[in-house]
Design a protein around this ligand. Structure first.
Ligand code: ZN
Length: 113
């Protein structure tokens, strides 16, 4: 399962940064997950239950921050959220738009002590 690997690396990264701050326990682990990653939040929660045991995050809460997909249109100099998953600017119809958000998959923040 894809989500287990994601959670394993997130927990490892969280532990590293908690240790670097001199903490011994992770209370809250916030993950930023982009809409285009294809990751299923429920599967992440489930994977977290399994992966966290024996780690500094053993009694931590997982919070998932969803990031919607957004694009940048160079023609309009504006960011837009596609109404559906289209890669076309709704204002000017330009197709060579740039993906700005939606592929995030990272630890957003931690609560540690
Ligand atoms: Zn445009």
């Amino acid at each position: 399962m894809h989500e287990v690997g994601i959670i394993q690396s997130a927990v490892e990264a969280a532990q590293d940064s908690a240790k670097a701050s001199g903490a011994t326990e992770i209370h809250v682990l916030r993950l930023r997950v982009g809409a285009l990653t294809g990751v299923v939040p429920d599967a992440l929660e489930f994977a977290f239950e399994v992966v966290r045991s024996g780690t500094m995050a053993a009694s931590a809460t997982l919070e998932i921050e969803n990031v919607p997909a957004s694009f940048w249109c160079g023609g309009c100099q504006a960011e837009f959220l596609p109404p559906e998953l289209s890669y076309v600017c709704p204002k000017c119809g330009r197709q060579d738009v740039e993906l700005r958000h939606g592929l995030e998959l990272e630890v957003a923040s931690l609560e540690i002590s």
